[in-house]
Design a protein around this ligand. Structure first.
Ligand code: UGY
Ligand code: MN
Length: 380
């Protein structure tokens, strides 16, 4: 060190480089440890760490080891387990919440809302037992005419759910995100779905004679008013189960209330993709487009870089759950980064637009009220 500078000696220089490398390596290891240690308890939303054994997220592989041995129809499994939209997103959000307490993208406006997963608050779900459900869209929001829940079966407990919800005039739609849900149609003669001829199967397998069906991720069921189907999961099948529930009051297409629609059961992967002229997304409509159904559920896929061509405004309401991937959602004059697990309510005529980002497909599940004359709907 004749010139008095430490880096002029090659040995000292190597020493400094090695020391810097070691410091970087240690920071990386610590950061990883921190992310891995954060979990959230789905029962009460409390953050737990890895050593706490009261919370476990079953891996997809584990769940399928314990698939139910049902004798009835088993729905075709979706190409992807929607864990990121169910229990998986809770874990990611616990990490964000731990780093940025109080921060959220969630927002309620007069006619739209974004409910990010960290804002889910779990409570009861009408006509279900042994589940916790977050009522993510509700008539308690200005103007929404439907109720939407993200539901988690409590681990090691049998879930029981009854068809058309707590009110006789309600209809109910269920979409499975992870695990398995068994649906058993009743024999009761007063039920609107007590015969095979009263259940429409939207799937490729030949339909069995019995009344018991098992829905895997991507499986769905529509239950018309007075259809008291029984849903079971949990302990019976030794797995984790999460699903979306949508309830609303059925709106008849005419004054003849007797024309109730058939129950529908199927798997999203079996529903054909429909062409939508001028648009890039792939569209599957899960329910028939006949006038007896007053709503539909769409599954919409976008490759990265694809976007909605129409800058939509329409009288219909939407309830949206991001199932996979990420993108940008425009709601009126605001723009949000969104990802799997996010829920959006869009009221009538809210300007809406979406563009997909990231490296993989993004997909959302979308409720839309359909086939009703707005003049009739809004003049009563
Ligand atoms: O059908 C629709 O209204 C749908 N394209 N809207 C949306 O994706 N926001
Ligand atoms: Mn729309």
């Amino acid at each position: 060190m004749r010139n008095g500078h430490v880096l002029q000696s090659p040995r000292a220089f190597i020493g400094v480089v090695v020391a810097l490398y070691v410091v970087c390596l240690m920071r990386l290891v610590c950061a990883q440890k921190r992310t891995m240690n954060v979990h959230v308890n789905l029962d009460d939303g409390k953050i737990l760490n890895d050593s706490d054994t009261s919370f476990r997220t079953a891996s997809a592989e584990k769940q399928y080891e314990s698939e139910p041995k049902s004798k009835g129809y088993i729905s075709k499994r979706a190409s992807y387990e929607y864990r990121e939209a169910g229990s998986g997103c809770m874990r990611q959000n616990a990490y964000l919440a731990a780093r940025f307490p109080g921060a959220t993208r969630s927002k309620l406006q007069r006619d739209w809302a974004l409910v990010a997963p960290e804002s889910r608050v779990f409570g009861f779900v009408p006509a279900f037992t042994n589940v916790v459900g977050a009522n993510v869209i509700s008539p308690a929001m200005n103007g929404a005419h439907f109720s939407m829940y993200v539901v988690m079966a409590l681990q090691n407990s049998a879930v029981r759910g009854i068809g058309s919800g707590s009110e006789a005039g309600n209809e109910r739609f269920i979409f499975v995100l992870e695990g398995a849900l068994q649906v058993e149609f009743p024999e009761d003669k007063d039920s609107t779905c007590n015969r095979k001829s009263r259940v429409l199967l939207r799937q490729n397998t030949s339909s069995p004679d019995d009344r018991i069906f098992t829905l895997l991720p991507g499986g769905f069921v529509y239950l018309p008013p007075r259809c008291e189907a029984i849903m079971t999961s949990g302990m019976a099948f030794n797995n984790t189960c999460s699903f979306v529930v949508l309830d609303r009051v059925y709106a008849p297409s005419s004054d003849n209330v007797a024309d109730l629609p058939l129950a529908v059961l199927g798997a999203e992967a079996d529903v054909p993709v429909e062409p939508v002229p001028g648009e890039m997304f792939m569209l599957r409509r899960l329910l028939p487009q006949t006038p007896d159904y007053d709503f539909n559920f769409h599954v919409m896929d976008y490759e990265p870089g694809e976007y909605l061509n129409a800058k939509e405004m329409h009288y219909n309401q939407h309830g949206l759950l991001m199932l996979e991937g990420q993108g940008i959602y425009r709601l009126a004059d605001e723009w949000f980064p969104v990802a799997a697990g996010d829920v959006i309510y869009m009221g009538p005529f809210v300007p809406q637009w979406y563009a997909a980002l990231g490296h993989k497909r993004s997909r959302y599940l979308l409720y839309k009220d359909t086939a009703r004359d707005p003049l009739r709907m809004f003049s009563h």
